[in-house]
Design a binder for this molecule. Structure first.
Ligand SMILES: Cc1cc2nc3c(=O)[nH]c(=O)nc-3n(C[C@H](O)[C@H](O)[C@H](O)COP(=O)(O)O)c2cc1C
Length: 217
């Protein structure tokens, strides 16, 4: 499959098969992530992989801290979003909600508890950046994460980026003994898609080209 097909096919997956991911495949993905471009080749990204008992220990902690703090998924903005942008998210919810309704779990609970348990994925990747870097370097890490998501897709694996858990970055660092000077930017759940699951049975749309592209000639 060529890269265009892989980009078209990739989607976030929120239920996984109980099937282990070979360690060599995970290493391939991280190698691909590490091959992304970065400003003056600084390669500011770092990855921590957890699975099995350690992952379960992390989930127990996240569920506990989430029950106390109850952070919800949101755009992270302090002012309301312009309508045309808010509509993008509304359209995503419109295709997601009917599928999640089939599970008999309130939607927010599904997203919040699902995010804190990485949607049952066998492998969890934590994305870090050293605090020595300025925030502009988030861009480089984002490029690297994109490579990782696409490489996973090319291998027949599925992913879901999970930002909600960054609210609990200190807990993640504590459980996984990650040094204080690192910042937790994202988690990525990784595994094989359960293709029979309603929560995977939708695809979000994207803006047409004229909404995101301006030509000057
Ligand atoms: C930085 C980032 C953070 C995200 N955080 C979450 C999250 O906490 N929980 C979740 O279920 N999905 C999360 N997602 C997945 C988005 O909801 C998803 O990418 C978006 O709806 C587009 O759908 P698609 O990935 O299937 O194309 C996140 C995605 C990104 C890129």
């Amino acid at each position: 499959m060529d890269v265009f097909e892989i980009m078209k096919q990739r989607k976030s997956v929120r239920k996984y098969l109980d099937k282990p991911v070979p360690r060599a495949d995970i290493e391939d993905l991280i190698r691909c992530a590490g091959s992304a471009a970065s400003a003056i080749n600084l390669q500011p990204w770092e990855y921590v992989v957890t699975y099995g008992e350690e992952k379960d220990r992390l989930i127990r902690r996240l569920k506990k801290v989430h029950a106390m703090k109850n952070v919800s998924c949101g755009p992270g903005t302090s002012t309301p979003l312009p309508k045309n942008i808010a509509d993008r998210s509304r359209r995503a919810l419109k295709v997601m909600k009917p599928q999640i309704a089939k599970l008999d779990v309130p939607f927010n609970q599904f997203i919040e508890e699902g995010s804190c348990s990485f949607y049952g994925a066998p492998v969890v990747i934590i994305v870090l950046m050293d605090k020595v870097f300025p925030k502009l370097r988030y861009l480089d890490v984002g490029l690297s994460v994109s490579y990782l998501l696409l490489a996973a897709e090319a291998k027949g694996l599925s992913t879901c980026p999970i930002g909600l858990i960054t609210e609990y970055g200190d807990d993640i660092k504590d459980v996984l003994s990650i040094p204080e000077e690192k910042e937790v930017l994202l988690a990525i759940s990784l595994g094989y898609e359960d293709e029979t699951a309603p929560e995977n049975d939708f695809k979000t749309d994207r803006e047409p080209l004229n909404e995101i592209l301006t030509w000057y000639e």
